[in-house]
Design a protein around this ligand. Structure first.
Ligand code: TXA
Ligand code: MG
Length: 296
């Protein structure tokens, strides 16, 4: 299969309407989308990524009305959507029966998100349907934050890539289960726990028992992983020298001989992290040292 590159949202949407999987930019990471109404398109997502079938997909919508077509929001979901839509939050709602179980991996809930990104919005509107989309990487690889990274993983495996700017957030959306009372944070991401609790004080972090009850199968799978080993360090001075070592953090590592990237704050760290992982893999780095940073 030839993978077509385009900067025109309508052209990318035309591929999706023909039942193909199409990669598109969002503010968090690039997604690999198919219409929730196209079983062929949904199959192509799993095939192209090599994704385990028990990992549900997030449905991307262009409006709150479209969100209500796939999920039934309760009062808490309405509050969270009011505050964080459009943006990097995914709300898990009770699934409408019309949604194919291929989207939700057989769950009775559905994850829904409205991207705050002009190109993503133009694409979703042109698609004229809710778009199921995981991150546009091969399973187990870091999520792509540029169209070039999508091409690296999925060239020849998908019909089309909608080109856009690099993703500005660089981390996936935060996933919150709104069906559970009180709401539970299932996956940490671009919206912080503090920001969520400011709006919904009862919200808490899901426990291991919650996951073992298989409510969020995807969280069992390996995420964000470069091929290189990742080691956390408190200070750049702790990074040993060596050509096969790389470092990312707030100040330069004095002894590093390989690759390094200095970032000025947490937001910049998030924005560059996945692209740095990919660059390290491409450069044959075997250990990536990451400086730990506390929020606030
Ligand atoms: O920022 C993002 O969320 C990106 C962009 C493309 O929107 N998408 C993304 O999708 O990261 P993916 O497939 O890589 O991760 C989806 C996560 C998984 O952890 C999955 O288990 C969870 O969302 N999820 C989806 N639907 C769910 C549901 N019904 N119940 C619980 N968790 C769900
Ligand atoms: Mg992913």
């Amino acid at each position: 299969m030839m993978t077509q590159l385009t900067a025109a949202p309508e052209e990318a949407a035309a591929w999706l309407k023909r039942g193909e999987a199409v990669a598109f930019p969002t503010e968090t990471v690039y997604g690999l989308g198919a219409s929730v109404w196209s079983l062929a398109g949904l199959e192509r997502i799993y095939e192209a990524k090599g994704r385990p079938a028990d990992n549900p997909l997030i449905v991307h919508v262009s409006s709150r009305a479209q969100a209500a077509e796939v999920g039934a929001p309760n009062a808490m979901a309405e509050v969270l959507m009011e505050h964080f839509f459009p943006g990097p939050l995914t709300v898990v709602l009770t699934r409408r029966p019309v949604v194919p179980s291929r989207v939700t991996a057989g769950l009775d809930t559905v994850g829904v998100r409205m991207p705050a990104h002009a190109t993503a919005q133009a694409f979703l509107q042109a698609c004229d349907a809710p778009v199921a989309a995981p991150s546009a990487n091969r399973s187990g690889r870091p999520s792509p934050t540029t169209w070039q990274a999508v091409l690296e993983d999925l060239n020849g495996r998908i019909a089309c890539i909608l080109e856009g700017e690099p993703s500005t957030v660089g981390l996936e959306s935060t996933v919150v289960d709104c069906v559970h009372d009180p709401p539970l944070l299932l996956r940490p991401g671009a919206v912080s726990l503090e920001a969520l609790q400011a709006v919904c004080p009862t919200l808490s972090v899901a426990s291991a028992t919650h996951f073992s009850a298989r409510r969020s199968p995807g969280t069992r799978h390996r995420h964000y992983a470069p091929r290189a080993r990742v080691v956390l360090v408190a200070s750049p001075a702790q990074v040993p020298g060596g050509r096969a070592h790389a470092f990312i953090g707030l100040a330069p590592a004095p002894d590093i001989l390989g690759y390094q990237q200095v970032v000025s704050d947490l937001a910049e760290y998030a924005q560059h992290l996945f692209a740095f992982f990919r660059a390290c893999d491409a450069a044959g780095i075997d250990t990536i040292f990451c400086q730990t940073v506390s929020a606030g």
